[in-house]
Design a protein around this ligand. Structure first.
Ligand code: ZN
Length: 96
């Protein structure tokens, strides 16, 4: 009887830990070869890698489309919040 789905090249846990390094191209050649051998025989880890790559692509798109003014806007909004509402400068005891 054959063991279906038996993984010979590393464990799923060890592979998943290396997936982000694999995407970043930061794995040493032997480690990358081991991860790729595992991926070749492991559907679940291949799907995990696909999800990770999709997420990385989304982040890349967000970074590419976020205008640089947004970070400045965030600072301005924070200052406004710390200063309080603009119309709190003078006493405004208006009658209702
Ligand atoms: Zn696996």
């Amino acid at each position: 009887m054959q063991l279906m789905g038996m993984v010979r090249h590393g464990t799923c846990v060890g592979t998943r830990r290396r997936l982000s390094d694999l995407c970043d191209g930061e794995l040493a050649a032997p480690a990358e070869a081991r991860v790729r051998r595992h991926l070749a025989g492991c559907d679940r880890c291949r799907r995990a890698l696909a999800r990770l790559e999709a997420t990385i692509a989304d982040i890349g798109r967000l970074r590419a489309t976020t205008p640089p003014e947004v970070s400045g806007l965030r600072d301005r909004v924070e200052r406004r919040i710390l200063q309080g509402p603009a119309d709190a400068d003078g006493p405004q005891d208006g009658g209702r």
